[in-house]
Design a protein around this ligand. Structure first.
Ligand code: PMP
Length: 397
């Protein structure tokens, strides 16, 4: 039966991690992965999360199934984080929200649902470049894929004119995938005034905005990073989608904690969307996992733990800013201008390093990055920063 099955290509990022792990050099640095590590190079366990975990361990409960759309408290608290407390959309009952298997699960459930509605006309426009899984998820769900211009490699910033031009040419009804903040892989984001223009254009052209927010709180803060979501909410647009994730903001990568929110024109439309979301989840994996959802809901439901989490999230954010600043400063001391790294945001940076330069970093210095030049600045720390900066200075000559 399986004799004709072909070998699927390996994931390039995971392949890089395997090579890194097998590298015996003691000074090796992995800037390839999408994981935040702390000053000691470890994936942090947040204190707020630990407190909920300890409480759960003390009071072991039977392990029944969660509802198909997850823990009600998780969904309600997530809505407030995404749309803001007192959001008129929430008050009008226009948002259908479900706990999903990570942000990836939210993308996939929404993709399946939209495909069902749009049929053969299902089309999505994705920034060039974007997180590789965006293409995989939407292609697998049966969408036709298009790119829109986004990154300008001459400025290492945004090609905003190109983006507007490309979005302006899309067929009405096309889904537009937008990174809310901390764009993966470039680190290049829109300013609020630019978001306002995109919102206007999307509205005028009759496109369906699909906001992917995997890094809320990793750049400016919880509310500021949700600017795009809040602007769509205020725009009067009848329908949009938000996929979000707590993988990074709670440092709960393996717990697979994500959220899908679909906004409809009114309460009735949202109720129908909710029923369709549940049907789609049921057909995919029946219901989400309980533990991660309980951790997040436990933190968000307690004002004390929420404040602790916000300060820990703030600590991660500030450390990333400090690492960006440190890298720019050290490279400047070598006579290299990399100021754009400080204008980019979040865990990643399109460093502008070429493929041969990235290969030299790996071969000569045991520093692992993606051949596109994407580096994870959240994997830098005060112990490896000088080494990485010196090595980059050598390879850029
Ligand atoms: N969207 C983007 C842009 C991401 O970078 C990621 C994680 N790398 C995700 C979604 C998915 O997050 P999760 O790990 O929660 O599935």
């Amino acid at each position: 039966f399986f004799a004709s099955v072909e070998m699927a290509p390996g994931d390039p990022i995971l392949g890089l991690t395997e090579a890194y792990l097998a590298d015996p050099r003691p000074n090796k640095v992995n800037l390839g992965v999408g994981i935040y590590t702390d000053e000691q190079g470890r994936v942090p366990v947040l204190k707020a999360v630990q407190q909920v975990e300890q409480a759960l361990a003390r009071d072991t409960q039977p392990r029944g199934y969660l509802p198909i759309d997850g823990l009600p408290a998780y969904n309600k608290l997530s809505q407030q984080l995404l749309f803001g407390e007192g959001s008129p959309l929430l008050e009008a009952g226009r948002v259908a929200t479900a706990q999903t298997i990570g942000g990836s699960g939210a993308l996939r459930v929404a993709a399946d649902l939209i495909k069902q509605v749009a049929g053969d006309k299902a089309r999505i426009a994705i920034s060039n470049p974007s997180w590789g899984n965006h293409h995989v998820v939407f292609r697998t769900a049966g969408f036709q894929l298009q790119d829109y211009r986004y990154y300008d490699d001459t400025t290492h910033g945004l090609d905003f004119a190109g983006m507007l031009e490309d979005l302006g040419k899309l067929e009405p009804g096309t889904v537009v995938l937008l990174h809310a903040c901390c764009h993966n892989p470039t680190g290049v984001d829109l300013e609020p005034a630019q978001w306002a223009q995109v919102v206007e254009l999307v509205k005028e052209r009759g496109l369906l905005p699909f906001v992917d927010m995997a890094y809320q709180g990793f750049d400016q803060g919880i509310d500021a990073d949700a600017t795009a979501v809040r602007m769509f909410a205020e725009s009067g647009i009848e329908a949009f989608v938000v996929a979000s994730s707590y993988s990074k903001s709670f440092s709960l990568y393996g717990e697979r904690v994500g959220v899908l929110s679909m906004v409809g024109a009114d309460r009735d439309e949202a109720a129908r969307l909710r029923s369709k979301i549940k049907q789609t989840i049921r057909a995919n994996y029946s219901s989400p996992a309980a533990h991660g959802g309980q951790l997040v809901a436990g933190v968000l439901a307690s004002s004390e733990l929420r404040a602790l989490w916000e300060s820990e999230l703030g600590g991660m954010r500030e450390r990333i800013h400090a690492m960006r600043a440190g890298l720019v400063q050290k490279l400047a001391a070598h006579g290299h201008e990399f100021g754009f790294i400080q204008r980019q945001a979040g865990m990643f940076s399109y460093s502008g390093l070429s493929k041969p330069q990235v290969e030299r970093l790996r071969e000569e210095f045991a520093i692992y990055a993606l051949t596109t030049g994407r580096i994870c600045v959240a994997a830098l720390n005060t112990q490896n920063l000088g080494y990485v900066a010196d090595a980059i200075a050598k390879v850029v000559g």
